[in-house]
Design a protein around this ligand. Sequence first.
Ligand SMILES: [Zn+2]
Length: 429
Amino acid sequence: MTASLPAEPGHAEGAPGDGRRQPSFQEMWRELAPLGRDSGSGGYRRYAWTAADADCRAWFRAQAEARGLAYELDRNGNQWAWLGDPLAGDAVVTGSHLDSVPDGGAFDGPLGVVSSFAALDELRRRGARFSRPLALTNFGDEEGARFGLACVGSRLTAGQLTAEQAHELRDGDGITLPRAMEAAGCDPSTLGPDPERLARIGAFIELHVEQGRALDLSGDPVGIASAIWPHGRWRFDFRGEANHAGTTRLTDRRDPMLTYAETVLAARREAELAGALATFGKISVEPNGVNAIPSLVRGWLDSRAADQSALDTVVAGIEAAARACADRAGIELSVVRESFTPVVEFEHALRDELGKILGQRPGGAAPVPVLGTGAGHDAGILSGSIPTAMLFVRNPTGVSHSPAEYAAEDDCVAGVLALADVLEGLACA
Ligand SMILES: [Zn+2]
């Protein structure tokens, strides 16, 4: 599956063979825009290894080839476009993902990929001389919309997901990941850790639309990521007594819905106190009858905070409040942590280097804001193996994973220029 790699070192300097003008950011954006968009919802349905995903992958490959970059599909289905010798080591890599959540927005992922090509074009316009290999990437199956696990491509590469585990992943129709890859013409037999590839990367920079309003509130078009907040999911089971909604006196009831409701309010209170986030977004009820007092209410808590102790505080506070309410009402409560991801601190040296590069630009006297995020990314997965950093572009709606996700064209261009400056600072002589 590996494409031929460029042999001639002169490639690293960079103009595409025929000197053709490359499409602008706006032209690339318009080209990508219709791929996988649902005409009813207006949102994107670019799920891994579907026809829409194949269209996006073909777009990536065409962009790579139009620029004379060496195209490569790695053993885990991630796409690479190389300028310079991929085997030389200490490569600077930039990119993101092209897949989407169900009815996702246009920017989450594609902004980083399109900006990578546009930043390379900008560097070539500047006549930049590359001293390190550069690669642009599209990581496969970042959102996990089809197989239920996020960042499959980068997790496999980093050895955080084994080939055996990947082979067990199934979509809603029972189709396994290997079958889906085969159907898309990709060989699943090579899935697995790729330490040799990671060893050749000196830095990975992911540009991404911000998934909150911090930059909108601070008035900055671009920011630098500090960390991905620790986050987890907890299942709260409230058990009471099923009974008739029409014949059971209020004082005789053991209604777990009331305790659950009090817990939801407590979660909001505790999150506000700790400056954290807490959400009950999913619930299941037994027997789930409109005229029945429930016997069981099961609610799932998603909580995230800037640091571990704030997260511990908020979750402990919610659980304590839930237990106090449950005891008063004769409700049994059990709490199980179902998943947990510790804080990801992006490498300080690389982060500081980005801050220095962007702070030194003409007119860039004001420091670029550094902000944390509650969302996971390929850069977070890879940060366990290689130095990674992220740039965020302002999203005035603060909305993400929805068609309302947005970045103004001027801000997208500011993101491209920031990325070009960062790549020039890191990869050029
Ligand atoms: Zn994303």
